[in-house]
Design a protein. Structure first.
Length: 237
């Protein structure tokens, strides 16, 4: 019995030493921190919050119609009454405040269920706010675009640039510019229409023009009129 106990201890020690050696080869403490942060980040991203779940549940019970035009995104999308702005009852607002790219992916089935004729997409600023890298954001963005095309191939998809911000430490305009460059490449790759709203809303310093905002992130009524005029031909034709 004592011999078995000794052997068991030796095996456990060898196992711990081997595990420690593997962790050391992969980078030691830094490797463990990276793994922990990745797991934590995934959990946080899946916990979209009560408001997301409430809005998603509402979208699920709303009836589908033919010839739907969908505005898809986060709070910048959801704050506007698009159907009233354009005077079209078939325009549906599917924005959720705080939403991220993966949040849209997780609720995509409901969005494309009606096989909308058009989708106007603006998403990604909250991903940047969560300190995700430009490359991570663009990888997820392309995944979302590919899913929309595969699930609803006859839908005309418009990729709208992310808007500039003002004095947002975690939403830097240099990063937004790089993301928009990536969105242009995705639009070209899939033969989609890219709509450059960034330049309409920016100052000479590439910041959000406060004529169109109160908080440096969201836009006001004047801003939505500017947005409307920029895309009205895409809505009508």
């Amino acid at each position: 019995m004592n011999e078995l106990f000794k052997i068991s201890i030796i095996i456990n020690i060898l196992f711990i030493l081997f595990g420690g050696y593997i962790i050391h080869k992969k980078g030691g403490i830094d490797y463990l921190k990276t793994k922990f942060n990745t797991l934590t980040k995934t959990t946080v991203e899946k916990d979209y919050g009560d408001f997301y779940q409430i809005k998603r549940s509402i979208f699920k019970i709303l009836p589908n119609e033919t010839n739907e035009i969908i505005f898809l995104g986060n709070s910048i999308t959801t704050f506007c009454a698009w159907n009233e702005l354009f005077g079209k009852a078939n325009i549906k607002n599917r924005g959720i405040s705080g939403d991220m790219i993966n949040g849209v992916i997780d609720r995509l089935n409901e969005i494309v269920e009606s096989k909308p004729v058009k989708i106007f997409l603006m998403i990604g600023i909250n991903d940047l706010g969560k300190k995700r890298s430009v490359n991570q954001i663009l990888a997820d963005y392309e995944k979302l675009v590919s899913l929309i095309i595969n699930k609803s191939p006859k839908t005309k998809l418009y990729l709208q640039s992310i808007l500039p911000t003002k004095n947002r430490k975690t939403m830097k305009n240099n990063d937004i510019i790089e993301i928009n460059k990536g969105i242009i490449k995705i639009a070209n790759k899939y033969s989609l229409t890219y709509i450059n709203l960034f330049d309409l809303f920016k100052t000479n310093e590439n910041e959000l023009n406060m004529k169109y905002s109160l908080d440096g992130l969201h836009i006001n009524g004047q801003g939505y009129v500017l947005w409307k005029n920029a895309i009205i031909d895409n809505i009508e034709n």
